[in-house]
Design a protein around this ligand. Sequence first.
Ligand SMILES: Cc1ncc(COP(=O)(O)O)c(C=O)c1O
Length: 375
Amino acid sequence: MPSPIELRSDNAAGAAPQLLNALAAANTGSALAYGGDAWTEELREVVAEAFGAPDVAVFPVSSGTAANSLALSAMCPPWGSVLCHETAHIITNEGGATSMFGAGAVMQGLSGERYKLTPKTVKTALDAAQWGDPHCSQPSVVSFTCPTDFGTVYSPDEVSAVVAVARARGLKTHLDGARLANAIAGLHCSPAALTREAGIDVFSLGAIKGGAISTDAIVSFDPEVSDQLLYRVKRAGHVSSKMRFQSAQLIAYLSDGLWVKMARTANAATAELARGLRERDVALLAEPQANIIFAKLGDKVAAALADLDVYFYSMGGGVVRFVTSWQTTPHDITDMLGRLDQALTVRRTAPRTVRPRKGRSASVPLPDVLDGLDT
Ligand SMILES: Cc1ncc(COP(=O)(O)O)c(C=O)c1O
């Protein structure tokens, strides 16, 4: 039996050895609790350096959902709304956490090609808002997801063009960077270029998907938001007493460009997979620019591929999602494409049912992709 090939999620990958070593190294003696330790102070300096922001505030938290929802709750009043793409993780997959922590703040999903906001869609939404009407939520924040949940990436110019529209109406700006390293690796830009220099006030710094065990972080360039986060993060139970172990992971992740190097490995695997899929005439929903691909395999081929121990998520309508990680090897992709060749031989045989592989199906909505699919 061939060994399974893991393409469900980078969340299914293990922890990077460099981060495990950093954890072991931090496990010496005692340290002041709740972030009063030397690692947490060093982390702030490392982030300040990486993002060119001496006064930055950094709040380690234990999940991407916590990072997004706590950041947004500090940026948006209870009567406010967060504008985001209609497929953004914050609106589709976080169980309303932003509304809960935001005491009723709502999210407004906007359309946009390639799963991205555009200046036009944001301006149209802002023009249509009922400003000053207490019956209507007041647009307060624009949130980008980069890479998007569909593996496309905003360039710094695309971010700043939307930011200009948002800022003109007094909105704050947030970026869900659950896979920020993959975006930076794909764009070959600096971390600052896609965030602070593009006009982002606060972002979620993902690390868990990139090789950490138990920590992402909120990074704030906005002192007012930082002041609120001090209390909000604590009240949400995200100020870990042994924060040094979170900070040690994040320092190792960000040092010597490790995060971007690991993301390059993941992105290269996705690029190679995309090439192989195209060669086999498998249509992609979008050209991947990071480490996620959605492909129109069809249900029969998907079921045959799952039977060959390739792990992936079926999204419905014959569309499947493949995600690579820092652990994915070139051999994994060659092997996967070999198994796909076998699976493709069933294209003309009798219909079968897709059997989900261990774990829940990813539930990203596919608003505009299912029409005309040959499943
Ligand atoms: C784009 C994006 N943002 C945020 C999250 C939330 O991360 P977590 O599952 O750690 O809460 C995810 C998780 O898959 C994600 O894909």
